[in-house]
Design a protein around this ligand. Sequence first.
Ligand code: UD1
Ligand code: MG
Length: 452
Amino acid sequence: MDETGIAVVILAAGAGTRMNSDRPKVLHELAGAPLLHHAMRTAGTLAPDHLIVVTGTGAEEVERAARAFDPQVELVRQEEQLGTAHAVLQAQRILAGYGGDVLVLYGDTPFVSAETLGRMVERRAAAEIVVLGFETAHPDARYGRLVTEGDRLVRVVEWKDADATTRAIPLCNSGLLLAEAAFLFDLLREVGNANAAGEYYLPDIVGLGVSRGLRATVLRCDEAETLGINSREELRAAESAFQTRARALLLEDGVSMPAPETVILAFDTVIGRDAVVEPHVVFGPGVTVESGARIRAFSHLEGCHVSRGAVVGPFARLRPGAELHEDVRVGNFVEIKSARVGQGAKVNHLSYVGDAEIGERANLGAGTVTCNYDGVSKHRTVIGEGAFIGSDTMLVAPVSVGAGAVTGSGSVITEDVPPGALALGRARQVTKPGLGRRLMERLRAARGSRAR
Ligand code: UD1
Ligand code: MG
C-alpha cells in the first residue's frame, strides 16, 4: 500500500502580458470566480498535505485572493520569472524533507478536472514522473511536444526549441506534472536555461530523470481540459465553453430553460429538478435553487437560496444572504439582501428588504423599504408571521413589527409595533371642500395676466 501524500504547487507568478491588464492574469474571472480559485478548488479535491501558490506578478493581490479562498494556503514568491522550473523550485523551502508527491498545476488552466488529477495520482504506480498530455487538434499550436518510446515518455521539447519532426508530434504537454518530491527538487536544480527562451523549463526534468534511470509516462486527457488562458479572447472563449457545458448539464438534470443561451451560470450554481429558469437570468456565485422553483426573466441572483415553490422576478435581485423559504413570492424590482423570508411570504413590487427577518405569510406592500443603514452601521428589521405592511412603508431599523400587525400605507415606522396592532406613522390628511377648483382658477388667472 502506498501511504504517501501529495503536495500541490500552483504556478501563478507569470506576467500574463497578453491580457493587456493591470490585474494579474490569474485573478481574471471565469464563471464568477478568479482563474486561480478554479485551480485551487480542483487541487483541494486531492486533500493535499500542502497547497502552495507561487506568486510573482501582482504578488500581494494574488496572495490576498489565494487566502480568501483558503486561509491555510501556503504562499511563496518568485521575485523574477525565470521559467516554470525556477517557479517550482521556490516551493522547496516548504517541501524540504517532504516524503510525498508533488503535483504542479497552472493558475491559468481552469478546466482540468478532479477526475483527471485522480487518474494522474493512480498512474504514479507505473512511473516516477507523470506528465499530463493531450493530442492537439491544432498542429500549429505552440505547445511543448512529448517524445515517447512505447509507453515511456523520453523527453519534452518546447515548441521554440523543436525541429520540424518534433513539432509534427500531435502529443502535447499540458504543463501539469506529478513527481516524487525527494528527487523532483534534485532534478530541478540541474535544469539549465540554455534554450531558445533562456528560461528554466520545468518539463526538462523528464529528460534529466530518464537519463538517471527514472521512468516517465504520459497520462492523456481531452484537449479542452488543458485550455490555458493567455488573452481576453481566450478568456471569452473559455467562458463560452463553460456556459455551454453548464447549461447542457442543467437541462440533462431536468431544469427547464426555454432560452438557455441567455442564462449565465456560475461555477457552483445548483438548480433542482423541475425548476424553471426563464430567459436572461444571471447567476453569480453561491446560488441554490430548489426543485420546482421558478426564476422569472431578467433576474439577478448571487449568494442566495431559493426554496421549493418560490417564484422570483421578473426583474428581481437576490443578493448574498437572501434566504427564501417555500412558496415565497418576490416580484418585479425587488431587492433582497441578508434576509430570511418565511414560507409563503410575499414581497411583490418595488421593495428593498435588507438585514431582515420576514415571518411566514407576511405581505409587504409595494414600495416597502427596510431602512437598514444609518450611514455608519447596519440594523435589523423583524416582521412577524402574517403581518401586513402597507405600501410605501419605511421601516427604520432597528425595528420590529409583531405577528399579525398592520402598518398604514406611507408610514415611517420608527418604533416597534406589537403583535396585532395597527401602526400609522404619517401626517393626518386635511381635506378642504372646493379649494382644489378655486386654486386652479387662481393659478390660471395669474398666468393669463402675465401673458398679456
Ligand atoms: C508551458 C510548458 C509547455 C506546455 C504549456 C502548456 C514550460 C517551459 N513549457 O509553456 O511545454 O505545452 O505550458 O500550456 O513549462 N509561470 C510562473 N513563473 C515563471 C514562468 C511561468 O509562475 O517564471 C507560470 C505562469 O504564470 C503560468 C504557468 O507557469 O501559469 C505556465 O507558464 P507559461 O509561460 O504560460 O508557459 P508556456 O510557455 O505556456
Ligand atoms: Mg501558457
